[in-house]
Design a protein around this ligand. Structure first.
Ligand SMILES: C[S@@+](CC[C@H](N)C(=O)[O-])C[C@H]1O[C@@H](n2cnc3c(N)ncnc32)[C@H](O)[C@@H]1O
Length: 250
């Protein structure tokens, strides 16, 4: 499988760190409250956080009473940050690509992932690997970019705007052209992620023997949209993220 490690690119990492560190950002204002609302009780649980990045979620789960948290990520820079800023005695950060989770020992009560599965070329294989690492009564709770957002392939404008720049509606093209997207994003010319349709995501989950218990889309409140129109104004037109909570089938 092809694996891009863009977060170890100096310029990309610095830009991401700045965006993620802003007081108002998509992760903290939108992703974090929704995934948190979908978690089972984490107290006393052994948790694996895939694509843990700078460790904010791992630290959150430890603070919520998890017994242990293992955060894995492909990026050494992200892990360095996590070890410096989001460490506790029951969190371990390990450099490991999600494609290689079969290398891990043991199983987990809860496997989580925030916005990292966009980078998995073969979501079905990843889901099967995750299923093998879940305890029988284990759960998987994850977010990823919504297929309406990942359809964008850089060849058209994401929004149609009024003359004054207001976003009138979202544009979606090439939705059924699944696969690798390579687009210019912020500071990099070739930012890679994978687009799949909603049905493909669901099939990847269920064909791995997992049962979907809940699904959410990142609906943003009117209050937040009105308060920060430049950042969140487009969110009335389409969701940026999709969330699933799954358990093992019988
Ligand atoms: C958008 S960031 C999200 C980080 C963190 N989960 C959060 O919510 O802030 C995506 C993360 O996925 C990691 N990642 C990308 N490809 C990966 C792979 N193949 N295996 C493991 N982690 C990967 C990146 O290094 C990055 O830390």
């Amino acid at each position: 499988m092809a694996r891009q490690n863009i977060y170890d690119d100096e310029a990309f990492f610095d830009r991401f760190k700045t965006l993620r560190g802003n007081a108002i950002n998509f992760n903290d204002c939108i992703e974090h409250p929704i995934i948190t609302s979908m978690l089972p009780d984490v107290r006393g649980k052994d948790i694996l956080d895939i694509g843990c990045g700078m460790g904010q979620h791992a630290k959150q789960y430890a603070d919520m009473g998890a017994r242990s948290v293992l955060g894995i990520d492909i990026s050494e820079k992200m892990l360095d940050f996590a070890r410096k800023h989001h460490a506790t005695q029951n969190i371990t950060y390990q450099r490991l690509a999600m494609e290689d989770i079969a290398e891990l020992d043991g199983r987990f009560d809860l496997i989580t992932s925030s916005l990292a599965f966009d980078y998995a070329e073969d979501l079905g294989e990843l889901m099967a690997g995750i299923g093998n690492r879940m305890r029988e009564d284990g759960k998987l709770v994850f977010s990823m970019s919504h297929p309406m957002a990942t359809a964008w392939d850089g060849t058209y404008d994401r929004y149609t705007r009024s003359e004054s720049g207001e976003r009138l509606y979202a544009n979606i093209g090439n939705y059924f052209a699944e696969g690798r997207r390579v687009v210019k994003w912020v500071v990099v010319e070739a930012y890679e992620f994978y687009h799949r349709t909603l049905a493909s995501i669901i099939h990847a989950i269920t064909e791995a023997g997992l049962v979907i218990e809940d699904c959410q889309e990142s609906r943003v409140s009117e209050e937040l949209r009105n308060q920060y129109p430049d950042l969140f104004g487009g969110t009335i037109h389409r969701p940026d993220f999709i969330f699933f909570r799954c358990r093992k089938g019988l």
